[in-house]
Write a new protein. Structure first.
Length: 150
């Protein structure tokens, strides 16, 4: 199973629609679950601590955890697909963790099996969720040697 563990809800209909489209497409390839935890506001340190607790409540000891971080490893879509295929062979549950507006607490980063980044740029969390789902879908198309618009 692939789980997206994300801080915050999708507020805009067009982002929800895009995510639903990729969820529908991914049904062919994997069991997918999206788990949203409440985003918090206030002091950065306190917010990260609260979000960390919410995230850890949803992560199991046996999960393979992939954190999405600005400081993470850069990889191409082809490299990502190879990693995803390997992770699926070795772990039953792969959890992609996307933090809130302040990012992830250091303890969440330490729990991560691997951290990845899509860019040095910062993206809105709602848009990034669509981008992550698209890259997971693209990875499955590559793994299965199926054509996909480039």
């Amino acid at each position: 199973m692939i789980k997206l563990l994300v801080v915050g809800k999708l507020k805009e209909k067009y982002f929800r629609d895009a995510c639903l489209e990729y969820q529908k497409r991914l049904q062919k390839y994997c069991k997918l679950e999206i788990v949203e935890v409440m985003d918090k506001s206030g002091d950065e340190k306190k917010v990260k601590e609260q979000e960390k607790n919410l995230l850890f409540a949803k992560i199991k000891d046996k999960d393979f955890v992939v954190t999405l971080e600005i400081e993470g490893n850069k990889m191409s879509s082809l490299e990502f697909s190879k990693h995803l295929e390997e992770w699926q062979m070795n772990y039953s549950d792969i959890v992609f963790v996307v933090g809130g507006s302040y990012g992830l607490d250091d303890e969440v980063k330490k729990r991560s099996n691997i951290s990845i980044t899509f860019s040095d740029m910062t993206f809105p969390h709602q848009l990034f969720r669509v981008m992550l789902l698209e890259q997971i879908y693209r990875a499955f198309k590559i793994i299965n040697q199926e054509t996909y618009h480039k």
